[in-house]
Design a protein around this ligand. Structure first.
Ligand code: ADP
Ligand code: MG
Length: 623
């Protein structure tokens, strides 16, 4: 094309396209899901802009926020068109080729090990899945701020963009034309397409129409032979209708003779019903529907179910409906960018209109692992995102969401048969339901335990609720995870404090001299081996009126021993000498203690200072 401007794909994008083109991945259907999802995103964007400026929608058909699919069997083209926001020339160049998304290289890497293309949408490169089925793709797009342009590529490392001088004007939006590969001709089959669209558009909130063939009866003038055929068929009807038949025949004779033939015409057929799952009564939504909804919301199309979910509505001053999910797995970068980004995974809707999925005012950072959606009737529709961000109702929504999220996680633990104390175990029926919930909390803890710990550090209001969710191993738990409530239920009579010790590993802690005496006396000691635990314990001072005591720190009380006073007296001179002999800036005090059993002495840190483990962590951070 004369006016075409050529570009090279960014290197990682080019590699990704090579992988897709040469992929033996059998589930090629996924390209349709990605295109529908992009069309829906583009429609969300224009609808959002229209909230504050109606003009952007235009008039007539342009204002119809819909998706249209057409099949051209002769030219072997499948096209998907939306009346969304569209792309300017610059958008086409950047979004479809020259700027690699942050997920591109992560996805390329993943493809080389697993080859599971199903996850492509999660990495923000779903568009390129079109090359699973097409060898040539055209993207025609019209944005309100620019002329109509065509992007095209045969996935040979380059693409071209030209001002569109030959296609019909789109008004606004994007049309993607896939020139299907020989082995992908099945996507020209209407029935296949209908099935796929239904499957992939279950939760799309815009109408999706297919230009579908329809058989219609048409009356045409009949010639002689065929009219006798007609009579035969009417005679074969049941005898009860005989009288009516006669009457009809009489009428027929008065009219000019016609016959009915089947004729194929085309019309738009609506394929989805756009029900919003969150507006339905939770009692009427099945587990399977929630699972599918989770997959579409999170773009996580693995075959795993979410660990748990909560669907509720809040009434009163601030009204909203919400669905929250705990994913089966933590995303690869959950804690990597924890302090730099505040991207929550909740989608915000106001009266069913999608507003944003980057609203950081909905959940605190430590709950960013949750996926879900909030739809509020209380928030105003016609204000900017910035103004919405400051709306006073958001505080109330946030507070309720946190409560509900923590309740949901607590229930996950309560319903897990592995979580109960041995003594209650008998009471839990071995139903299939409880089998399914078995081990779910340990799974949760494994994936998201760190988030709970960060929550304890950051969220003073909910500290106690979060502490209930903590799990850890102890000196007597035999490799199993246990909770603070379980620890307390096992405390020895007379034991006032909750004992814990911090270190690098369970193996190291088990050998610690600080445990000698406690072990002999059968005290249980919590093992904290994650670096974040040191910070955690600076915030977690007590639980259910019990203080936490680090057993490697000053202040450990194991009950009085009758010999204590006697020993103190007889070693008075030695302790005095020792204190003088050690440099006073390094050692605060030398004391007789009953914390040891076999080792003669041990260095203890002061109550308010850092533990030796914390010293180690701080040192490794400054190096
Ligand atoms: P993602 O949808 O996760 O951003 P994709 O690879 O699916 O990643 O799409 C890349 C980008 O291309 C989108 O972010 C969007 O900017 C643009 N895009 C794709 N399809 C459309 C469309 N139908 N209308 C407008 N923009 C689109
Ligand atoms: Mg996409």
């Amino acid at each position: 094309r004369a006016n075409a401007q050529k570009f090279e794909f960014q290197a990682e994008v080019s590699r990704l396209m090579d992988i897709i083109i040469n992929s033996l991945y059998s589930n090629k259907d996924i390209f349709l899901r990605e295109l529908i999802s992009n069309a829906s995103d583009a429609l969300d964007k224009i609808r959002f802009l229209a909230l504050t400026d109606k003009e952007v929608l235009g008039e007539g058909d342009d204002a119809k926020l819909e998706i249209q699919i057409k099949l051209d069997k002769e030219k072997k083209i499948l096209s998907i068109r939306d009346r969304g926001i569209g792309m300017t020339k610059e958008d086409l160049i950047k979004n479809l080729g020259t700027i690699a998304k942050s997920g591109t290289s992560a996805f390329v890497e993943k493809m080389q090990t697993s080859g599971d293309l199903n996850l492509i949408g999660q990495f923000g490169v779903g568009f390129y899945s079109v090359y699973l089925v097409a060898d040539y793709v055209e993207v025609i797009s019209k944005h309100n701020d620019d002329k109509q342009y065509v992007w095209e590529s045969k996935a040979d490392g380059a693409f071209a963009v030209s001002e569109d001088e030959w296609n019909e004007p789109l008004g606004r939006g994007t049309e993607i034309r896939l020139h299907l590969r020989d082995e992908a001709q099945e996507y020209l089959d209407e029935y296949k397409l209908k099935d796929l669209v239904k499957k992939y558009s279950e939760f799309i909130n815009f109408p999706i129409n297919l230009w579908a063939s329809k058989e219609v009866d048409e009356e045409v003038p009949a010639d002689e032979d065929e009219s006798s055929d007609d009579e035969e068929t009417s005679e074969s009807k049941s005898s009860e209708e005989g009288e009516e038949d006669d009457a009809e025949k009489e009428e027929d004779e008065k009219k000019p003779k016609t016959k009915t033939i089947k004729k194929t015409t085309y019309e738009w057929e609506l394929l989805n019903d756009m029900k919003a799952i969150w507006l339905r009564n939770p009692k009427e939504v099945t587990d399977e529907e929630y699972t599918k909804f989770y997959h579409s919301l999170s773009k996580d199309f693995g075959d795993e179910k979410p660990l748990t979910w909560s669907h509720f509505s809040a009434e009163g001053d601030v009204e909203f409906k919400a669905v929250l999910f705990v994913p089966p797995k933590a995303p690869h970068d959950l804690y990597e960018s924890y302090y730099n980004s505040n991207k929550s995974n909740l989608k915000l809707y106001v009266r069913r209109v999608f507003i944003s999925d980057e609203f950081d005012e909905l959940l605190p950072k430590y709950l960013n692992f949750l996926k879900g959606l909030v739809d509020s009737d209380t928030l105003p529709l016609n204000v900017s995102r910035e103004m919405l961000q400051q709306h006073s109702s958001l505080k109330t929504i946030k507070k309720k969401l946190i409560r509900k999220a923590l309740d949901m996680i607590r229930k996950l633990a309560e319903e897990d048969p592995d979580e109960s104390n041995d003594k209650d175990k008998k009471d839990i029926e071995e139903s299939s339901d409880s089998n399914e919930k078995k081990g779910q909390y340990a799974k949760f803890w494994n994936e998201f335990g760190k988030s709970i710990k960060l929550g304890i550090i950051e969220d003073a209001t909910n500290r106690n609720r979060l502490a209930k969710l903590l799990r850890f191993e102890t000196s007597t738990s035999d490799g199993k995870l246990t909770s603070l409530d379980q620890y307390i239920s096992r405390m020895k009579s007379g034991q006032k404090d909750i004992f814990y010790i911090t270190g690098t590993s369970k193996e190291q802690l088990e050998k610690s001299p600080f445990l000698e005496r406690l072990k002999k006396k059968n005290y249980e000691v919590i093992f904290f081996t994650d670096p974040v635990d040191e910070y955690l314990m600076q915030y977690l001072m007590d639980y259910e009126d019990k203080k936490f005591q680090n057993v490697s720190k000053e202040g450990l009380k194991l009950g009085k021993d009758s010999k204590d006073k006697e020993l103190k007296e007889s070693f008075k001179e030695l302790t005095k000498w020792w204190k003088g002999a050690l440099a006073s800036e390094n050692v605060d005090d030398v004391k007789i203690s009953n914390r040891l059993a076999d080792s003669p002495c041990v260095v203890v840190t002061s109550k308010y200072g850092w533990s030796s483990n914390m010293e180690r962590i701080m040192q490794s951070q400054t190096l």
